[in-house]
Design a protein around this ligand. Structure first.
Ligand code: RAM
Length: 353
């Protein structure tokens, strides 16, 4: 009996092994097709997350809108996140949540260049593709950065503007976002370099103030600047929250013509101040496009089309072909040039962003 049982067992095993082998051979082609289907399916089901600087800023909302538009076009799932405060701590908590959720990609507008590194490296070690947009994290914390425009141009053009508005002489101050924001800090560095030119020898930068991209804090920082520097002639606010707050304070205090204002503003928020002359002109780019470009950059990383290396190329939906270039010790993809908004074109743009 024992012999019969062990013979049966051997026969069963032989059958199982050959049966299995046969199945593998004949199913090769169909398994290839289903692999393709599976990866297309996986791409569709991929989860693409974006973390912007903070809530309550229409610029960040537009950025998320553009990101979602790209991810919708791809047919995947977009996860949109914004902390209440523009801090690294709040973003770290969100990164941890997204790692636990096993997302495929995290795109982040960093509230600090270095503080997010451990969390973002943890994400990359877990196979999540990481990119920054708008405000870069350091090159060890990401695979690529999506830059809105050339930082040197952004910085220099704002100094050129305020110098022209105050006729080349007087005191100016900068009303910025947070003291840790990579984008604003880089632009301010370029402003300072521009100010070294002899053309600006009669212009004094008296202070860089931080309104933290919070509306009320930006208003009170602007009021404090006026109090501390009664001779102040001009303000550069390289943040959409700051410039709108400064426009409001100048208007409310009846300082039109006495204090000049320029910087980076959303046409929808600044139209009234441009129309009144409080801000003669300012600059920006399309924040919807910044988010949209980040969405397609994310897809190119997730599908393995690019690795974030110099020379990589991909098609960013309706924005067309984009190339990855080395900047400093990391790589970037760039949206375009900053755009000038003034009384002649503001009516047209205020409806868009
Ligand atoms: C604010 C944010 C954002 C910046 C714009 C110009 O909305 O700080 O990061 O790019 O201003």
């Amino acid at each position: 009996m024992k012999k019969i049982l062990s013979m049966l067992l051997v026969l069963t095993l032989i059958f199982a092994v050959t049966g299995c082998g046969g199945k593998e051979d004949t199913s090769k082609d169909s398994s290839n097709t289903s692999n393709k289907e599976e990866s297309a399916d996986k791409e569709k089901k991929a989860k693409y997350a974006i973390i912007v600087k903070n809530t309550g800023n229409p610029y960040n909302e537009k950025e998320m809108e553009g990101f979602k538009k790209a991810i919708d076009e791809i047919g995947a799932e977009a996860i949109l996140k914004a902390p209440d405060q523009p801090t690294a701590e709040a973003q770290i908590q969100m990164i941890e949540e997204l790692i636990a959720q096993k997302v495929d990609c995290i795109a982040i507008a960093g509230n600090d260049p270095d503080a997010l590194q451990p969390a973002l490296q943890k994400a990359m070690n877990a196979g999540i593709k990481v990119l920054s947009l708008d405000s870069a994290v350091n090159s060890d914390s990401r695979m690529i950065h999506v830059n809105q425009a050339d930082p040197e141009r952004i910085g220099r053009v704002q100094v050129e503007a305020i110098a022209e508005m105050i006729d080349g002489a007087g005191q100016i101050a900068v009303l910025s976002a947070t003291s840790q924001a990579t984008n604003q800090n880089t632009w301010i560095e370029w402003m300072k370099k521009e100010l070294e030119k002899s053309d600006y020898k009669d212009i004094e930068l008296v202070k860089v103030a931080y309104g933290d991209d919070l509306r009320d804090k930006s208003v009170s920082e602007m009021e404090a600047l006026l109090k501390s520097y009664p001779q102040l002639n001009g303000i550069i606010a390289p943040t959409t929250v700051g410039i709108a707050a400064a426009g409001k304070v100048i208007t409310d205090k009846g300082l039109l013509g006495r204090i000049q204002l320029t910087g980076l503003g959303l046409p929808s928020e600044m139209a009234e101040y441009i129309e009144s002359g409080v801000c003669q002109w300012m600059y920006l780019w399309n924040p919807i496009d910044v988010g949209y470009l980040a969405g397609y950059t994310a897809q190119a990383l997730v599908t393995g089309q690019i690795t974030g290396a110099d020379g990589d190329k991909f098609t960013a939906g309706s924005l067309g072909e984009k190339s990855v270039i080395t900047v400093g010790d990391g790589t970037e993809v760039m949206l375009g040039d900053p755009y000038k908004f003034d009384a002649d074109n503001i009516a047209e743009w205020k409806e868009i962003y």
